[in-house]
Design a protein around this ligand. Structure first.
Ligand SMILES: Nc1ncnc2c1ncn2[C@@H]1O[C@H](COP(=O)(O)OP(=O)(O)OP(=O)(O)O)[C@@H](O)[C@H]1O
Ligand SMILES: [Mg+2]
Length: 494
């Protein structure tokens, strides 16, 4: 069995090179470095014992004492050694071509032999877990794989290889690092960015990419990442939260959800505003469910995250410049192009620059009901951000005419916030009613009132109607939706 494995996956029998701990990062960080072919893998037991890695950061070993602890240490140490040798010496390129089941069989065989030779008391389950780790390393994204597979994790944040945090239920928590050293993390990063035809190094240390499962990836390596590579991953959640689900988790009250859904149906142009990770994309996706199935929709995003359920959706994604700095396609190009594609509505994943002007033009010229998200902390700020962004387009427009454009185009702002206890809430629903002089008029329809905070940080509060009846109600009636008057009564609980 070993013979079959080694003939195809030839490895070098030399001892693993010592891995130096940074700085500086080692120059060879290819995902699949060419390994010279040799005849055969020496039987695992005959491998010269690999030196203990200079720096390993396995999950913190329990601080027990006695024979049990010694045994655990031995297993851990053996695992690290084998792991290291397999990763460094196997011909990864050949391995990746094997079908998953065959690969697993091959690797399990080798590991089983090695475990016997080392007299490691691993049970079947532990052996299986170990095999998975090794396979993840070879064909997947190594220590990132279990985090990517864990559905309770929404973000993965790495500040240098030893410092990893994940976000679960809105709160950040540290996780033990499984990266062997900085070179290991860099190798995984190169593997990810090579999928978008990039390499990160000192001369181009920043990169955006998308993982195979659709997750958003960003990295900044040395010298920009001062303490080593910085990685941020926003995981793609397959099950997007619906508006009903947002009601269930307390992000919004049912009457508010009904008003928002009706506004989307009635083509009231809406902006979703919020800070980083406040749930903007989630809300945009949830609202989009109420768009009629007869409309042609065009989505424009940096990384396609929206999952529109309508049958007629044209999805477009921006493209970063290539390694020579050429070929970039920006959001603005796509918004302009979308206008030639006969859209009924344009959905812009995130409005953050010069495309704001074209987007507003579109909203003002027969594409009512278009939607976008914006990075701002309250509806007023969302408007001033829009103003600034239109300014970026470099057009000779006065402030009053910019504001006039905004007031004519945008009618509803849904504000989101991620609270310090990790919960996401709609904190304001505001309507833009027009201009008075050169000031954009806005009225709040619903808001979140915070009442108290528990010692453990849990925040209490409730949503209230402000008593203002939105002016767009008559558009809702015209679209055939009747909203009961008491939905806007501040004296009744929502
Ligand atoms: N109301 C909610 N309750 C619980 N989780 C939520 C809620 N809204 C969003 N989430 C989760 O929070 C994470 C961030 O959401 P989302 O991507 O929508 O935020 P965002 O504001 O678009 O972030 P970014 O600024 O990075 O684009 C996702 O994993 C999402 O599933
Ligand atoms: Mg988003």
């Amino acid at each position: 069995m070993l013979g079959r494995f080694s003939s195809r996956l030839a490895v070098s029998p030399v001892a693993a090179p010592a891995v130096s701990f940074p700085p500086p990062p080692p120059p060879t960080t290819d995902p699949a470095p060419p390994v010279p072919s040799v005849e055969a893998v020496p039987p695992a037991a005959a491998l010269p014992p690999a030196e203990k890695p200079a720096v390993t950061s396995p999950p913190a070993a329990p601080s027990e004492s006695g024979p049990n602890a010694a045994l655990k240490d031995k297993i851990l140490d053996a695992k690290i050694r084998l792991h290291r040798r397999l990763i460094e010496e196997l011909n990864l390129a050949a391995l990746e071509k094997l079908p998953e089941a065959e690969l697993r069989r091959e690797i399990s065989g080798i590991i089983a032999q090695w475990v016997v030779a080392e007299r490691l008391p691993l049970n079947a389950k532990e052996l299986d877990g170990f095999v998975s780790e090794v396979i993840d390393e070879m064909t997947g994204l190594g220590p990132l794989e279990p985090l990517l597979k864990d559905p309770t994790i929404s973000d993965i944040l790495i500040n240098g290889h030893q410092n990893i945090f994940v976000e679960r239920r809105g709160l950040l928590e540290p996780v033990p690092s499984l990266f062997k050293d900085e070179a290991h993390l860099l190798r995984i990063i190169q593997k990810i960015v090579s999928a978008v035809g990039r390499r990160v190094d000192e001369s181009s240390p920043l990169c955006d990419a998308r993982l195979l499962d659709g997750s958003r990836f960003n990295c900044a390596v040395r010298p920009i990442g001062v303490d080593g590579p910085l990685v941020s991953i926003r995981k793609f959640s397959k099950s997007k939260l619906s508006l009903d689900r947002l009601v269930e988790v307390g992000a919004i009250r049912p009457p508010m959800a009904e008003v928002l859904a009706a506004a989307v149906k009635a083509r009231i142009t809406t902006i979703v505003s919020g800070g980083t990770g406040s749930g903007k994309t989630t809300m945009l996706n949830a609202l989009s469910a109420y768009i009629s199935h007869t409309e042609r929709l065009i989505t424009i995003e940096d990384a396609a995250e929206l999952q529109l359920q309508q049958p007629h959706v044209a999805r477009m994604e921006t493209r970063p410049p290539n390694i020579e700095g050429k070929g970039e396609i920006r959001q603005r190009d796509l918004v302009k192009n979308a206008l030639r594609m006969r859209p009924e509505r344009i959905i812009l994943g995130e409005c953050r620059g010069e495309e704001a002007f074209d987007m507003l033009q579109a909203m003002n010229t027969g594409h009512e009901g278009s939607m976008a998200t914006i990075h701002a902390n309250n509806p007023r700020e969302a408007i001033s951000r829009l103003e600034q962004m239109i300014g970026m387009a470099g057009l000779p427009m006065s402030q009053t005419s910019i504001r006039g454009q905004i007031a004519a185009a945008v009618r509803l702002i849904v504000q989101l916030q991620r609270m310090s206890d990790g919960k996401r809430k709609v904190t304001s629903v505001a309507e833009i009613t027009g201009m008075e002089g050169d000031i954009i008029q806005m009225q709040e329809i619903y808001k979140w009132v915070r009442t108290s905070t528990d010692p453990d940080g849990t925040i209490h509060g409730h949503h209230v109607a402000t008593g203002v009846r939105p002016r767009f109600l008559h558009d809702l009636v015209a679209a055939g939706v009747n909203i009961p008057g008491h939905y806007f009564d501040p004296s009744r609980p929502l």
